[in-house]
Write a protein that binds this ligand. Structure first.
Ligand SMILES: [Zn+2]
Length: 263
């Protein structure tokens, strides 16, 4: 993926498999998720292409502690001295204290562990320069998944950006949860989080994977001249509904499978 301006001072610098974003706060950069380890060079290059330098990154904020979102954090900290921030309950995922980076499930190995500087609680804010990010704890995909909301300025317009920190049902399947001694209640927590996030108004929805918000399609629209491709206040509620439906489907399939195997 080529890097591009999403809207205002918000940029996409990720890859097709995992999204990373940069917020130019006027007082340094905030990076949202650091991508797969194998994509380090691509991401560093993308940051340069949009006119910044890795050294300008002051904060790396993580949606959750899986390899595709934390993979380059240690390397980027070495380049920039950035402060690292993640939801409190995912701390052990990134220090390596618990084997929950999801690397094994993806057939990868991960050793780039780090000690986060700040552990987020529900309702925390992260501030730098002109940007204040509101953090909402939305467990489910991991225990410490955090969703983020902040405003960007675009040509005098104040737009609310929103992102859900983790929606994949793969890590909410009973077999996965039992393998890692994680509580089955994470599925209920996930649903409760969706209900909570439905109350948020979002003008610009950005996913931490490109399929969530059709990043590739919107990138093409922007390249074709529609600079407002990401502004769509219906995208967020539609996405949350899709997430709920996907959870329902997974639970129904699980019940079905259990009935079959009981027989
Ligand atoms: Zn994940």
């Amino acid at each position: 993926m080529s890097p591009f301006r999403v809207i205002g001072n918000l940029y996409f610098v990720g890859t097709r498999p995992a999204s990373s974003h940069i917020i130019d706060t006027g007082d340094g950069l905030i990076m949202l998720d650091s991508g797969y380890p194998e994509d380090l060079k691509h991401i560093i290059n993308s940051i340069q292409v949009i006119g910044f330098s890795c050294q300008d990154i002051k904060i790396i904020l993580h949606s959750h502690g899986h390899i595709d979102h934390i993979g380059n954090t240690r390397s980027i900290v070495q380049l920039s001295g950035a402060k690292t921030i993640i939801g409190r309950l995912d701390a052990d995922y990134v220090t390596g204290k618990r084997d929950l980076s999801f690397a094994k499930e993806l057939g990868m190995e991960f050793s780039q562990f780090f000690t986060p500087d700040v552990l987020l609680e529900d309702g925390a804010t992260v501030s730098l320069g002109n940007t204040v990010i509101r953090c909402i704890h939305t467990p489910g995909h991991t225990e410490g998944t955090m969703s983020y909301f902040f405003d960007v300025m675009d040509n005098g317009r104040d737009l609310r950006v929103g992102t859900h920190g983790g929606v994949g049902t793969n890590s909410m399947e009973k077999s996965f949860l039992q393998r890692y001694a994680l509580p089955l209640s994470l599925r209920d927590d996930f649903r409760a989080g969706l209900d909570r996030l439905k109350r948020e108004h979002v003008d610009v929805f950005i996913g931490n994977h490109q399929d969530q918000c059709n990043t590739v399609d919107k990138y093409k629209q922007i390249m074709a001249g529609n600079k407002d491709a990401f502004i769509d206040s219906t995208a967020w509620p539609e996405f949350l509904l899709q997430c709920e439906n996907r959870l329902d489907r997974m639970l129904a399939e699980e019940n079905e499978w259990e009935r079959e195997t009981d027989r």
